[in-house]
Design a binder for this molecule. Structure first.
Ligand SMILES: Cc1cc2nc3c(=O)[nH]c(=O)nc-3n(C[C@H](O)[C@H](O)[C@H](O)COP(=O)(O)OP(=O)(O)OC[C@H]3O[C@@H](n4cnc5c(N)ncnc54)[C@H](O)[C@@H]3O)c2cc1C
Length: 393
């Protein structure tokens, strides 16, 4: 970052937000050769908001096409990371078992996964019982194993992105909240009055991206483009019979998933991490890194766990938390330039797939910003312009 005056500096790209999205963009830009990148994070440490509260599952199957493309690319990266990211795999391919109803021979999204190159194995009841003996499937459910999907080592992923970005020259400032973007998003003003001018401002502020973009004059229909929602997770008490290397089990029809907890850093080793896929809009005052939990939702989660994992019935969870998922109107991320504000580049709305798509999100954003060739269909599908307000159009 070039110093222009005491309170005024220059950068090539200023990134607002040090969650997995901002870190992946910083890492990808710097390793591609962009100099003068500055990343600003309002908290004392990076990756402490949504990125610290996920279930750390990498799923490719299901979801919008663009998300599947990014998740597939990320699975490859995390399975065999480059040395500037990690020295050992960041993805443990413990497998994801997906359940759906039996009335069709194969749901469309399973056919799609096969067609797009995922390995998919159909499981009969006996095979399911062997793979996931503690999971109680609905009587009419069918099961498929996607053996190459699984669990991301999130602490190592975010540490690798941060270290890799710094080593390649990114300046990372923590406890540095951004107050507002400069006109045309040609940089930012921090809460402490400092100004950083830049050719582009990359907005990766998670649930706060919408308010910063709107204040800078973006005409995107932001309530539809970016919606802050809350989801709860809980960890059941340790049980030595749970295989820590066992698969994630995800019932698509009842919207419930469980995966073994493998380390204390992962919650509390030896139990199940459980979720019943609640998605409630958050009030503005609750949009913060650690949103309050809702006792009603936690009680529902315990009931769902008792149904699917009968061994946990009657045992209260040892840990529970909520996190913010910022969802876009069509379920896909916003990655690209704002159609109206010249310097504004969005990397937001990563919803429930920010970990699964992490490195590919950063690499796509870096290529777009650097003017390098990208798959035009992919950049169109993710372009923020799809949410341009009808009034402006
Ligand atoms: C319960 C739950 C389970 C999930 N499970 C999965 C999963 O299994 N697999 C998966 O792929 N994804 C999962 N996700 C989604 C994933 O966690 C998110 O998509 C991802 O973390 C979003 O990253 P982000 O960087 O966009 O946002 P964040 O991690 O929220 O980062 C945004 C950052 O911007 C900073 N910021 C905000 N405003 C400012 C400002 N004014 N100035 C400076 N900094 C600012 C914030 O402090 C924050 O650090 C889950 C999410 C939740 C909540």
């Amino acid at each position: 970052m070039e110093r222009v005056g005491t309170n005024r500096k220059e950068a090539s790209v200023v990134i607002v937000g040090g969650g997995v999205a901002g870190l992946a963009c910083a890492w990808a830009l710097a390793r591609a050769g962009t100099r003068g990148v500055v990343l600003l994070e309002s908290e004392a440490h990076t990756a402490r908001a949504s990125s610290a509260r996920s279930a750390a599952i990498l799923r490719v199957a299901g979801g919008p096409w663009s998300t599947r493309v990014l998740a597939r690319r990320t699975a490859q990266r995390l399975g065999a990371p480059p040395p500037d990211l990690a020295t050992a795999p960041l993805l443990e391919a413990c497998g994801v078992v997906l359940l759906d109803d039996a009335d069709t021979p194969e749901p469309g999204w399973i056919e799609e996964a096969r067609r797009e190159g995922s390995r998919v194995e159909s499981l009969d009841r006996a095979q399911l019982a062997t793979l996931a003996p503690w999971f109680h499937p609905r009587p009419d459910a069918r099961a498929w194993l996607l053996p190459d999907e699984g669990r991301i080592d999130v602490p190592r992923l975010v540490a690798g992105l941060l270290d890799g970005a710094r080593a390649a020259g990114v300046e990372v400032l923590t406890a540095a909240p951004v107050d507002a973007l400069l006109p045309d998003a040609r940089g930012v003003r921090l809460v402490d009055g400092r100004v950083i001018e830049a050719r582009h401002t990359l907005l990766a502020a998670g649930a706060h991206a919408a308010e910063l973009g709107r204040a800078c004059g973006s005409h995107l229909a932001l309530p539809r483009a970016l919606r802050a929602t809350r989801r709860h997770l809980a960890v059941t008490p340790p049980d030595t019979r749970i295989d820590p290397a066992g698969p994630v089990v995800w019932d698509e029809r009842s919207d419930f998933y469980a995966r073994p907890v493998v380390s204390p850093a992962d919650g509390a080793a030896g139990g199940w991490l459980v979720c019943d896929c609640d998605t409630d809009d958050l009030r503005n005052e609750d949009v913060r890194p650690d949103p309050p939990t809702d006792p009603t939702r936690l009680a529902e989660l315990e009931r769902a766990s008792a149904l699917h994992l009968p061994d946990t019935a009657g045992t209260p969870s040892v840990r529970a938390w909520a996190g913010v998922r910022t969802l876009s109107g069509d379920g896909a991320s916003l990655i690209g330039l704002d159609p109206d504000v010249d310097g504004l580049f969005w990397v937001a709305g990563l919803g429930g797939h920010g970990m699964s798509t992490s490195t590919a999100t950063g690499e796509l954003a870096a290529s777009l910003l650097r003017g390098e060739p990208v798959d035009p269909q992919l950049s169109l599908a993710l372009s923020p312009a799809r949410f341009r307000s009808a009034v402006v159009r």
